[in-house]
Structures are given as structure tokens and as C-alpha cells.
Write a protein that binds this ligand. Structure first.
Ligand code: HEC
Length: 102
């Protein structure tokens, strides 16, 4: 059982994250790095993990009404939503727009 415990410890190691299995479902709109790829999609990089997870729950239940996100969150398991929230929270946030430009 020692070996199993070691494996679990390795899985819990919070070092460089492996991209979540479902990242491909989100990347077209939010980017793999959490920087939006389409107009109207929010940047997810660097937002709080709890906030991201709550948003996914809210879309899935319809409490937050956005058909696109309801469709995206619908097939996810709780574990997959946690992995995605952790991933996007760990990406470096977008730079704020340059002040006073143009
Ligand atoms: C087709 C484009 C599209 C795809 C695919 C998509 N999203 Fe979104 N996402 C959006 C849009 C548009 C919004 C803003 C919706 C709103 O008005 O609440 C959004 C909002 C969000 C939010 C809330 C962000 C905030 O700042 O409140 C989270 C979290 C999120 N998406 C995560 C994901 C995850 C995780 C996936 C993959 C499973 C995914 N999205 C797939 C378009 C997309």
C-alpha cells in the first residue's frame, strides 16, 4: 500500500500543471492560456479558482444564463470543472491595457 500512497502523493503534487483533458473544449473561445480568442469571451487567466468553479456550476444549472457556456459546462464532471478552474487560475493574468494609449 506504500506504493499506492506514493502515487497519490505524486498525483496531488501541485507543481507545473498538466493541461486538463477537456481543455480543448474551451480553447477555441478562451484560449489554452485563458486569454480570450473571440470577441465577447472573457479572459479566464489568473481569475480566482473558486470564482471560476462557481461560474461553471452556475452555467450548468442555468443560474447564470449563457447558452454557449451552458453547452460547454454541461458535459463536464465535477472533477473536470475543478481541473479547468485550477488550470485557468494558474495562468498568468492578461496585462491591463496601456493607460492613455492612442
Ligand atoms: C463557443 C465559445 C465558448 C466556449 C467553447 C467556452 N466558453 Fe466559457 N465563455 C464564453 C462566453 C461568451 C462567456 C461569457 C458568458 C456570459 O455572458 O456569462 C464565457 C464565460 C466563461 C466563464 C465565466 C468567466 C467570468 O469572468 O465570469 C468561465 C469560468 C468559462 N467561460 C469557462 C469555460 C470553460 C472551462 C470552457 C470549456 C469547458 C468554456 N468556458 C468554453 C464562451 C465560450
Amino acid at each position: 500500500m506504500l506504493f499506492g500512497a506514493a502515487l497519490q502523493a505524486a498525483a496531488a503534487y501541485a507543481g507545473p500543471l498538466a493541461p486538463p483533458a477537456r481543455l480543448g473544449l474551451c480553447a477555441a473561445c478562451h484560449g489554452e492560456d485563458g486569454k480570450a480568442r473571440i470577441p465577447g469571451a472573457p479572459n479566464l487567466a489568473g481569475q480566482s479558482q473558486d470564482y471560476l468553479l462557481q461560474a461553471l456550476h452556475a452555467y450548468r444549472t442555468g443560474r447564470r444564463d449563457a447558452p454557449v457556456m451552458r453547452a460547454a459546462a454541461g458535459p463536464l464532471s465535477e472533477r473536470e470543472m475543478q481541473d479547468l478552474a485550477r488550470w485557468y487560475a494558474a495562468q498568468s493574468p492578461c496585462m491591463p491595457p496601456q493607460a492613455g494609449g492612442r
